[in-house]
Each structure stands twice: as structure tokens, then as C-alpha cells.
Design a protein around this ligand. Structure first.
Ligand code: SAH
Ligand code: SF4
Ligand code: F3S
Length: 436
């Protein structure tokens, strides 16, 4: 049986695409291997969101030249956002590369493999791209990614995603419901709905379906068996109805990842984010008014072109004002085709690096404060050893707020839901002991 080595970079959408690619290739008779040396097919599922992510792909590809010479019959393919961005240019640059496949052409992989010539499949799908009948080989038996939309129409000036994933396309609601019904039947305890701007779901469907309506349907199905999350919502589309849904729907977890990017109005405007600092703060206040216990995490970019010291301060200040539970903080990275890449006032790596350090130091303090507030409380934890990266407790799981908990207790099966008394906290996780 031929062996596949699959390497994944990038976001949750790519994690799910890798599960789809695995499903498609297992169906073709492949088995999985971790070893490049014994693979018959090496696939890189790539990310183009920052320059560093893209460079990782090129250096990895470079290292395959010798391998390809040694192993007759080895095929190498590139999928994902770098594939979409570069297309044929990748085949030109790496003569030993066999094929290039964009994120909406995953089902083209088996036919490309069967073909004798090198190929590129990067045509855009008009509708939602992955057929409901095509397979998904999930990594976890407990948590599942469920894509509800693809692409993005927002064109934030720093972001390459609308160019790589294309325009926003929503998946028909019946397909989503059917998939979740199937997951429940298989014993999955949690689903995370995925989309680049997940809460703008359904506007372009005929007839339109609102995101909150979809959530209500899913909640009925999930009952008290499944937890439901979604990522990433856009702040502009956080409505009163959405805030109420988080408060009211039992399956919907008390957690939101709400990317703010900057705390400065001028920078937000230059990023074309579509909201001001005050508007973002109003959304946070609305969410907290309805769900006092909600955990709020975010994405932040430091060193956007022209960001002054004061404007960077405004971001630190906003972080403090909100008191985020966690954040991904990035140095601005110029991306091809984007407006911000053309802006004249690019900052030095040095300045960006220092701002990143400062923001990370503050984040550490804030998330530690937020996590310490759980000490003395008993929380509901879904046991899942996949998060067991730090060996500080016997079990690992997540709270409804999506906080990782390492805790002690008797034997427990993955997928159990248990009460845990929290006794300690770090910026990244909680510690405790089972409370029953
Ligand atoms: N669709 C999501 C974000 C997708 S990209 C949303 O709109 O929230 C994930 C994160 O990468 C972004 O939130 C942003 O913080 C970061 N990012 C995107 N482009 C970037 C760039 N050019 N430089 C640095 N960080 C970037
Ligand atoms: Fe990129 Fe903005 Fe779309 Fe998010 S909303 S994917 S940051 S363009
Ligand atoms: Fe990267 Fe593409 Fe996701 S650029 S972040 S893999 S949408």
C-alpha cells in the first residue's frame, strides 16, 4: 500500500482540509506515515498569512530535492493557500514538484496523482467547494471542525486570505445539520463551526439564513451532549441576537475569539476593519452584560505600516481595558496583492519585534489575572488528552470557556465531562483536582 506523509501549516481551516485530504487518499488506498523517507507521496498543506509561514514551505520543499532523487516514484504536492497564491510559479521554481492544488480543489488530488504529467488545480469554486459526500478522516474522536463557510469578502488591507480562499461562500444549512447529526451519532462531544468571518454566515444563500438561526438549529440537535463553539467572528457582525444566543443556548459555550487587530482608530481605519475602538468595546460590553462569565480572546497585529508609538500604546491600553483571556499577537508582515504592502511607511523589524515583546509581556499578566480568578471555583471539564502538552497533571481537558485544565483524579475516559476544582493558574492553563 502506498504511504502518505502530510504536513499541515496554518489555521483551523487548513487542519480540516488536511482531514479531508487524508479522507480522500485513504479511500485511494494510501496509509499514513510520519517518515518522509518511506513516503510515496508527500503533501504540504500550506499557509500564506505571514511571510514566515510561506518561507517555511519553501525551505521544506528545498529539502526534498535530494529525497526525490533517492526515491524513484516519490510524488510531491503542495496544497493550501501558498498553492493558490503561487500556482504554476511553484512548479517552475521547484522542478521536482509534481502538483499544486488550491484549497477549493481538494477533490482534484486523486486524479492529479493518477495523471502522468505535472499539474495545477487552482480554479475557484463558484459555490461551497467540498462535496457533502466526500470523506473527512478526523484526527480526534471527541472534537470536530465543521466548516460552515469559505472565503472572505472583507479585504482587510493587511490580509491575503480573500486572495487565497476567494469570495465568501456559505454552505447549505441542511448539509451542516446532517454533518453534525452524524458526528453526534459517532459520539463526538464538541463541534467548532469554522469560517473566516463565521458570523456573516448565510447572507448570500437563497433564501438567506442567519448565523443565529443556524446556531439555534444546531443547539436543538446538540442538546446537552455536545458543546458548540465557532471561530472566527468579525466584531462588526456581533449583534444583540448573537450575544443573546451565547447567553441562552445551553450547548453554545461561554467563549468568543474576537479579533480586534489594533486599539487605535486611525490604524483600524487604515486596516479597513470596519469598526472603531469604541465600537469594539461596546461589543465586548454587550457580550459581558449578557454572559458575565464569557472568556474573550483576540488577534492583534503590532507594527502595522505607520503605527506610531502612541497608536501602539492605544493597543496596549485596549488590551488592558478589555482584559483579554488570551491572544495571538503577530508582527505585521507585508503580503502580496494587499493594500498595506504598498503603504510607504513600513516599520523596521526591530521596532515590530520590540512592540511584540511588550504586548506579549502585558498579555501574560492579563491572562494570568483572568485565570487566577478561577481558583476556588469548580468548573465543568471535557476530558481530552489531545491538549496534554504539559505534564503537570494526570488528566487534561477544557472548560466551557475553552481554558485548558490539567488535573488529578482517578482513571477517566477521553470524552468524559467532569467537575474539577481549580487550585492553580498560569497564563496558559488552569490546574486542579477532580471534584466528585
Ligand atoms: N478571518 C479571521 C482571521 C484570519 S487570519 C478574522 O478576520 O478574524 C488570522 C490572523 O492572522 C488575523 O486575525 C491577523 O491577526 C493575523 N494576520 C493576518 N494577516 C496578517 C499579516 N499580514 N501580518 C501579520 N498578521 C496577520
Ligand atoms: Fe482577512 Fe479581514 Fe477577512 Fe479576516 S476579515 S480573513 S483578517 S480579510
Ligand atoms: Fe493561512 Fe490560508 Fe488559513 S493563509 S491562516 S491557511 S486561510
Amino acid at each position: 500500500m502506498p504511504k502518505l506523509k502530510l504536513v499541515t501549516f496554518g489555521c483551523q481551516a487548513n487542519d480540516l482540509d488536511s482531514e479531508r485530504i487524508t479522507g480522500l487518499l485513504l479511500r485511494e488506498g494510501y496509509t499514513l506515515t510520519e517518515q518522509e523517507e518511506e513516503a510515496d507521496l508527500i503533501l504540504l498543506n500550506t499557509c500564506a498569512v505571514r511571510e514566515k509561514a510561506e518561507h517555511k514551505v519553501y525551505s521544506r520543499l528545498g529539502s526534498y530535492q535530494a529525497l526525490k532523487r533517492r526515491r524513484a516514484g516519490l510524488k510531491i504536492g503542495v496544497c493550501g493557500c501558498v498553492a493558490q497564491q503561487e500556482g504554476q510559479a511553484l512548479l517552475n521554481r521547484f522542478p521536482y514538484l509534481d502538483f499544486v492544488v488550491g484549497p477549493s480543489q481538494l477533490t482534484a488530488i486523486p486524479p492529479l496523482l493518477a495523471g502522468a504529467t505535472r499539474g495545477v488545480a487552482t480554479a475557484r469554486a463558484a459555490g461551497y467547494s467540498y462535496p457533502a459526500t466526500a470523506p473527512v478522516q478526523r484526527q480526534s474522536g471527541i472534537r470536530a471542525w465543521v466548516s460552515i463557510m469559505e472565503g472572505c469578502d472583507r479585504f482587510c488591507t493587511f490580509c491575503v486570505v480573500p486572495f487565497t480562499r476567494g469570495r465568501e461562500r456559505s454552505r447549505p444549512p441542511q448539509e451542516i445539520i446532517e454533518e453534525i447529526r452524524g458526528l453526534k451519532r459517532q459520539g463526538y462531544r464538541e463541534v467548532t463551526l469554522l469560517g473566516q468571518t463565521v458570523n456573516s454566515y448565510g447572507r448570500k444563500l437563497t433564501p438567506p439564513v442567519s448565523f443565529v438561526k443556524l446556531l439555534r438549529h444546531i443547539d436543538e440537535l446538540a442538546g446537552d451532549y455536545m458543546r458548540v463553539r465557532f471561530t472566527s467572528p468579525h466584531p462588526s457582525d456581533v449583534t444583540d441576537e448573537l450575544a443573546s444566543a451565547i447567553a441562552e443556548l445551553p450547548s453554545l459555550c461561554e467563549q468568543i475569539h474576537l479579533p480586534v487587530q489594533s486599539g487605535s482608530d486611525r490604524i483600524l481605519h487604515r486596516m479597513k476593519r470596519g469598526y472603531t475602538r469604541d465600537e469594539f468595546l461596546e461589543k465586548v460590553a454587550l457580550l459581558r452584560a449578557k454572559t458575565p462569565d464569557i472568556a474573550i480572546t483576540t488577534d492583534i497585529i503590532v507594527g502595522f505600516p505607520g503605527e506610531t508609538k502612541e497608536e501602539f500604546r492605544a493597543t496596549l491600553d485596549l488590551m488592558q481595558e478589555v482584559g483579554f483571556d488570551g491572544a495571538f499577537i503577530f508582527k505585521y508582515s507585508p503580503r502580496p496583492h494587499t493594500e498595506a504592502e504598498q503603504m510607504p511607511d513600513q516599520l523596521s523589524e526591530d521596532v515590530k519585534g520590540r512592540r511584540l515583546e511588550q504586548a506579549l509581556t502585558l498579555l501574560n499578566r492579563l491572562s494570568l489575572e483572568r485565570n487566577r480568578a478561577y481558583i476556588g471555583r469548580t468548573v465543568e471539564v471535557l476530558v481530552n488528552r489531545e491538549d496534554a502538552k504539559v505534564d503537570v497533571g494526570r488528566h487534561t481537558g477544557r472548560t466551557r470557556q475553552n481554558k485548558i485544565v490539567h488535573f488529578t483524579g482517578d482513571e477517566l475516559a477521553d470524552g468524559s465531562v467532569v467537575p474539577v476544582a481549580i487550585t492553580g493558574a498560569t497564563p496558559l492553563y488552569l490546574q486542579g483536582a477532580i471534584a466528585c
